[in-house]
Design a protein around this ligand. Sequence first.
Ligand code: KIV
Ligand code: ZN
Length: 391
Amino acid sequence: MPNDKVQIFDTTLRDGEQVPGCKLDAKQKLIIAERLDFIGVDIIEAGFPVSSPGDFTSVSQIAKIVKNATVCGLTRAVEKDIEVAAEALKFAKTPRIHTGIGTSDSHIKYKFNASKDEVIERAKNAVAYAKKYVEDVEFYAEDAGRTDNAFLAKVCEAVIQSGATVLNIPDTTGYCLPEEYGKKIKYLKENVKGIDKVTISCHCHNDLGLATANSIAGVMHGARQIECTINGIGERAGNTALEEVVMILKQHPYLNLQTDINTKLLYDTSIMVREKMGMLVQPNKAIVGANAFAHSSGIHQDGVIKNRETYEIINPEDVGVTESAIVLTARSGRAALAYRAKKIGYELTKLQLDAAYRTFLQFADKQKEVIDEDLHVIMKKVNKISKIAIA
Ligand code: KIV
Ligand code: ZN
């Protein structure tokens, strides 16, 4: 079976940036857009041009500088939004308008107070209107996760007829289970006329911690685009994390799904986004968290020192992390202490290691972590009794 390409649609600058505290200025957005282009993102959602003059300007500046990726602007199913997005994207090498409307019962009733037929009409008109400006039009069925599949299929068929090139099936509220979301994509593949001419996209939120799992279920059932953000930032609990889906597909080659992301740049890109946005990443965050390649319990450390693969499924260098960290705590064993001592220049004999370990435990019981400075103090003490060789 040939490898199938999954397009990576990054929405760090739109769904990510709309989060309180994540606001970026125009220059910061340009720097991030350039980086996203450089790491191999296929589509950059640069913003929501009608939302503010500042967003319009940055979408238009991003459209001018991006070299490889498609540049996309978000709109509602409103003509004015589409006109403004088209204007902001006019210098893009490959522009895309991303338009759409809510399709769940709750959106139709409370947001629009409309009928289902009216929603279909608005969806069709928005896509047809966007097509006047650009060839590539992505349609989002907002809250598709909670939309009845038969109605969703009807909407999808209608917008394909109007010229949509990509169908975005957002789990806007992060409600779906992976099996349910995967079945939804499968249902659309099997029941929508013309579906094979378009790309199905997954856009999953993380309210139940399932955004990544749902996106993967989506591509396993036929979707070929994932919408995601660096570090998983985004509305409420966030969006699917780019680094997670990219590494899942890389680490599971038998799925025959691949992306064009240069994974060696993932860690640096994560740091860049945290610094520019001032948004910290939890230490235990998969792939890019400070502890993602850190080992602190004695049993794990002993294994990793013998062979990294005993407790690591990813080579840290593959994501741009120079090496696994052996963190010294009260749970660490002699192997870890000898390893870290050697790293700073001390080659210990078995007896010296026993002596050092006793002193080490006194330090470790008092503090969260034993650092290199402490190790020098410990080695000085041992050295007084028995001369340590320099590694
Ligand atoms: O979560 C969502 O439904 C969205 C759409 C606007 C694509 O962000
Ligand atoms: Zn979203």
